[in-house]
Design a protein around this ligand. Structure first.
Ligand code: ADP
Ligand code: ZN
Length: 624
């Protein structure tokens, strides 16, 4: 559909000059802004600190009506509004911290055309009265910040964001722009469809962070982790140490304290006031080190963070890069180091299990609530009490189980005045005892995707491709040249991604043919039958029991790369994997087969580039 033409009060450059002291636009901003002022819907993917806010603030100043900005965090919202007001821009916010009277007044002012920008918390759209109040207002632009919150596959799903699609329709489908720092294709697709973006422009830009020295260090002992922390802290002073669990936050901050190093601790188990205070202390530079779970960070605007340490592997590349990306926002050099121990992936698997409870677990929780309910159908139990009462192994699945039950209308959760535990009310319990139907397939689907994301994160740890290139490729931005700054690039003798010589191309095609012989071709593509180890044995012409008893020595590809040796072939398989020519299928045991691209390369129909292994590459854990 053609873009509606809007009359502009000023040009973007005029608005920039009048209200912002900036000398010009940052990379990516100008083209996004000109698309928006031309009236188009859009999807803007820029990393944290990339300057997304200006992308809707400038158009807001150019348009005659009001721009509604949907933003999930009240603290963040307040900072933004304060900054705008300080620049002489009429902006305000509407959220739950305001009384009804205040909200009403601001809505009235909005109708009277007083505001250029109004920041709105997503849960406001629950109220029909709020939507009615907006109807009739000239909304020039609807800007959805942190738009990944509407994807169930994103790391920060917020159910209120799902309502935005309907809300948009109800207020007359104004021009809509979504902004996020999460670039994975699935999330982008979700954003486009939930918000029903009309022929949107789309920009993924600015993910490369050349000032960050990314590295992943394999460590097998906790004491080695502490040694690394000690030297990084001594060298870089200001930074964040991310830990996977609250317990680890406590123990790491105690370790720092024992060294006489001041830090704040931050995790979800602290009260809101404690957390706010800790965050303030860090932002105001009274203390320069934060030890925190991933609850810390959204909205932290401390640009001089010089290091980010991941004490354990995070659950996804998205989470990793977002957290690592909090370093060096001032553009100066910063280091990001992940302390990788494969055993820590178990913690992440535990989180995934907790976040995606099985139907049996949910039923068991529900049965427990039924037994415990009083005459008002109310239950007052802590999550731990429910976990042990309902005999749930993973205590985290109680919280998510209750969320599922609440979302499907079986229970209601409510705050108990003066208490931190929430109460649960059963809704029509006698009807529900018979049949409890849950959206099992969607939980399973999410579980599967969460596991895939973790797998990608683990693959990155073992990969010997430039970290920066690996991440950009993962996010769908052109990978460009090796960064020269990460551990892989710095490692001596490391190769860059390049096309093969004629001889190398032949080796790759032979190896892929071997993979094909050891897979099954089905109507749906390639089906894996063997793991990497067995395929390497076959290619190397091994006469092991496993090879002979499976008659793999009778394959035409048996021993076809014998002269290369098993060490090289293992590394080659890993490189083929990084280049996405082969893929691992995880069942009880990881199996390997061809990708479509791998098949084309095998048939000589497609050219390719990859990171070439050293000829003397040694063995690595077979866990991939
Ligand atoms: P994001 O929302 O993408 O995380 P912000 O919009 O908060 O990023 O911008 C990040 C920082 O860059 C802010 O401190 C902002 O003031 C600054 N900034 C944005 N645009 C410009 C510009 N054109 N020139 C200079 N600084 C800018
Ligand atoms: Zn690199």
């Amino acid at each position: 559909s053609p873009a509606p033409s809007k009359s502009l009060l000023s040009t973007p450059h005029e608005a920039l000059a009048k209200h912002f002291g900036f000398s010009g636009f940052l990379d990516g901003q100008e083209s996004v802004i000109s698309e928006i002022v031309s009236g188009k819907d859009g999807l803007v993917v820029m990393p944290t600190g990339g300057g997304k806010s200006l992308c809707y603030q400038i158009p807001a100043l150019c348009f005659s009506g009001v721009t509604l900005v949907i933003s999930p965090l009240i603290a963040l919202m307040k900072d933004q509004v304060d900054a705008l007001v300080a620049r002489g821009i009429s902006a305000t916010m509407i959220n739950s911290t305001l009384s009804w009277a205040e909200q009403r007044e601001r809505l009235d002012d909005m109708r009277a055309g007083k505001w250029k920008l109004v920041y709105v918390a997503p849960e406001r759209f629950r109220a029909e009265s709020f939507l009615n109040a907006i109807r009739g207002v000239e909304v020039s632009l609807f800007a959805v910040d942190e738009a990944h919150c509407l994807s169930q596959w994103g790391h920060d799903f917020r159910p209120d964001y799902l309502r935005l699609g309907k809300a948009l329709e109800k207020i007359g489908s104004p021009q809509c722009v979504a902004l996020t720092a999460t670039a994975t294709p699935v999330v982008r697709e979700d954003i486009r469809s939930v918000l029903k973006l009309r022929n949107p422009f789309e920009r993924v830009s600015g993910f490369s962070r050349p000032n960050l020295a990314l590295s992943i260090t394999g460590v097998d002992k906790a004491s080695h982790k502490d040694e690394r922390i000690k030297s990084i802290v001594a060298a870089h002073r200001t930074g964040i140490i991310y830990c996977a669990t609250r317990k680890k936050v406590d123990s790491v901050s105690e370790t720092l304290a024992s060294w006489g190093i001041k830090c704040i601790a931050y995790h979800g188990g602290m009260s809101d006031q404690e957390r706010d205070r800790a965050q303030e202390i860090f932002i105001q530079r009274k203390v320069d080190i934060a030890v925190a779970t991933n609850a810390f960070g959204m909205g932290i605007d401390r640009p001089d963070v010089r290091f980010v340490i991941h004490y354990e592997i995070p659950g996804s590349v998205e989470a990793y890069y977002q957290e690592a990306g909090r370093a060096g926002r001032d553009g100066e050099a910063a280091v990001c180091e992940m302390l990788f121990n494969y055993a820590d992936t178990r913690t992440q698997e535990f989180f995934i299990e907790g976040a995606n409870p099985t139907a049996a677990t949910i039923r068991s929780i529900y049965q427990y609530l039924l037994n415990e309910a009083d005459r008002e159908y109310e239950v007052h139990r802590t999550l731990d009490e429910i976990a042990s009462g309902a005999d749930v192994k993973n205590p985290m699945s109680v919280g998510s189980g209750l969320t599922v039950l609440a979302r499907s209308g079986y229970i209601q959760r409510f705050d108990v005045p003066g208490k931190r535990t929430r109460g649960t009310r059963l809704l029509k319990p006698e009807v529900l005892t018979s049949q409890l139907q849950l959206d099992e397939s969607s939980i399973e689907e999410k579980d599967r995707r969460d596991r895939e994301k973790l797998k990608a994160m683990v693959e990155m740890c073992y990969s010997r491709v430039c970290r920066q290139q690996w991440i950009l490729t993962y996010f769908g931005e052109n990978g460009g040249k090796p960064c020269g700054n990460c551990d892989v690039c710095r490692e001596e003798g490391s190769d860059e991604i390049r096309p093969p010589t004629t001889e190398e191309a032949l080796i790759v095609r032979k190896a892929l043919s071997g993979v094909a012989r050891m897979s099954r071709r089905t109507a749906n593509g390639w089906e894996a039958r063997f793991g990497r180890g067995r395929i390497v044995q076959m290619l190397a012409g091994s006469r092991s029991q496993e090879i002979l008893s499976a008659k793999l020595d009778e394959l035409s590809t048996y021993g076809i790369l014998k002269e290369k040796g098993a060490g090289y072939l293992n590394a080659l398989m890993r490189s083929l994997h990084d280049a996405r020519l082969v893929i691992t299928i995880n069942g009880d045991y990881p199996l390997l087969t061809l990708t479509d691209e791998g098949e084309q390369v095998m048939r000589g129909k497609k050219s390719f580039s990859m990171n070439w292994p050293d000829t003397d590459a040694g063995p690595k854990p077979d866990s991939l």
